[in-house]
Design a protein around this ligand. Structure first.
Ligand SMILES: Nc1ncnc2c1ncn2[C@@H]1O[C@H](COP(=O)(O)OP(=O)(O)O)[C@@H](O)[C@H]1O
Ligand SMILES: [Mg+2]
Length: 417
């Protein structure tokens, strides 16, 4: 049967010609391979670009070209800031390791010092880009001193400036913050330490103070729960280094089962501390495997503070949501609340607990997305008791941290004999 009967005539004619004519066939094959190669190269470049922009991949050259070079041009000869001195040197590229999986901050990278100690450098998130569930907050933000345009900026006296900062920080925390915290905060930027004030320094300070993670690290420092700020440069800040639980939760854990149980116990005890050490319970609203890290002394810290909140701040967010039609409207990432269907307002209570989220996402590896993640406590070595306890922990808000600690301690002790 002739091909012409099956395909539109010109294509069929072309294929027939090709079959009959060897030279033509060769030329067509050559051109098709060239076109196929170009298409593949373009596709690979596009995918790489998408992965880079979304932080699934990262390159040191991106950190250097898009962050450090611009920062060093801006801060010029800011010899005052130790972090600037470390960043603005020729061989910085050899000491930078970029981080993948940072979806909020434009830059997150590890800087290794000459003495091999590490710190993590992060860029601030602009207040306008921060994902908040509170409507109308932007207008309030525009009025703040540190958001006013450069040209109209009048630098206040030291006393007035400290009053502005104190009001802002008290409002952020929801209670009165000590004088030590305020002066530590202002001292990072070396403001009011010389005869004349630099407007650029004031602007950078404005960006830092409005960054939720930066301010949370400073005001919660005394609780010893999070990495400490070790320095600033312009609107970038450095924090202590903690080795994350895993760099890629899509890859299986390489630790022994016993080590996995110990890590899980550390996480549980940490969750217990969040309930008690602060003025009120602290909520982790963006729980991920790579957000838990350990320092050299085996101290655990939660590493991404963008969505770490005191209970009253979380409830204020729910209260400020003017209208809801489903429960999702009342959720702030992992911190869920319910929508009251008669009033269309969010309930003033979190409907799940930190513990439930940890059991669900970290221990069991469950996720709402299509990605499949490895659970820290999913293994063939797991006992049935533990499996049942984890399921209960995930679904039942009555399960307590102490109950789970008991169950995991028993599982880990059983391995000693
Ligand atoms: N102090 C730190 N020590 C070591 N690694 C860190 C530290 N802070 C963040 N990281 C790593 O970098 C990743 C991205 O940082 P993160 O603050 O979570 O950025 P984003 O807010 O954009 O998600 C984290 O998931 C974590 O693994
Ligand atoms: Mg993160």
């Amino acid at each position: 049967m002739k091909i012409t009967f099956l395909l539109p005539c010109c294509i069929a004619k072309f294929i027939e010609d090709m079959i009959m004519n060897r030279r033509k066939r060769k030329r067509v094959l050559l051109w098709s391979s060239v076109i196929a190669m170009v298409v593949v190269v373009l596709a690979v470049m596009t995918v790489r670009e998408v992965l880079l922009v979304s932080s699934f991949l990262c390159t040191t050259s991106d950190v250097i070209n898009n962050h450090i070079t611009a920062l060093c041009a801006d801060v010029g000869q800011d010899k005052d800031q130790k972090l600037c001195q470390e960043l603005c040197v020729k061989d910085v590229a050899s000491r930078v390791t970029c981080h993948t999986l940072h979806f909020n901050k434009a830059a997150v990278f590890t800087l290794t010092s000459q003495d091999s100690s590490k710190k993590v450098v992060k860029s601030v998130i602009d207040a306008a880009e921060r994902e908040v569930a509170v409507d109308g907050i932007q207008d309030e933000l525009d009025d703040l001193y540190w958001n006013q345009k450069f040209e109209q900026q009048h630098i206040p006296s030291k006393e007035d400036f400290f009053t502005l900062v104190t009001t802002y920080v008290n409002n952020f925390v929801g209670s009165e913050v000590s004088w030590e915290v305020i002066s530590k905060l202002v001292n990072y930027s070396h403001l009011y330490s010389t005869a004349t004030e630099s407007p650029a320094n004031h602007q950078s300070f404005g960006k830092l103070i409005q960054d939720h993670e930066f301010l949370t690290s400073v005001v919660f420092e005394e609780l010893h729960l999070f990495p400490k700020i070790t320095g600033i440069c312009g609107s970038y800040y450095a924090v202590e280094y903690f080795e994350p639980l895993t760099r890629n939760p899509m890859q299986p854990f390489t630790m022994t089962w016993r080590n996995r149980l110990w890590k899980a116990l550390d996480i549980l005890k940490y969750i217990g501390q969040l309930e008690t050490v602060g003025r009120e319970p602290i909520h982790l609203c963006d729980v991920k495997h790579d957000h838990f890290g350990w320092d050299k002394g085996d101290r655990l810290a939660f590493l991404d503070l963008d969505s770490v909140l005191y209970e009253s701040s979380l409830l204020k967010m729910m209260e400020n949501t003017p209208y809801c039609s489903n429960h999702e409207d009342c959720s702030y990432f992992d911190c869920k609340s319910r929508c009251h269907h008669r009033t269309n307002r969010c309930e003033m209570e979190r409907s799940n607990t930190n513990l439930q989220v940890i059991c669900d996402k970290i221990f069991l590896g469950n996720t709402d997305s299509l990605l499949s993640l490895y659970g820290l406590l999913v293994s063939s070595e797991r006992t049935e008791d533990l499996e049942e306890a984890l399921e209960l922990c995930r679904t039942n808000r009555g399960m307590t941290v102490d109950n789970m600690v008991d169950i995991l301690s028993r599982a880990s002790n059983a391995l000693l004999f």
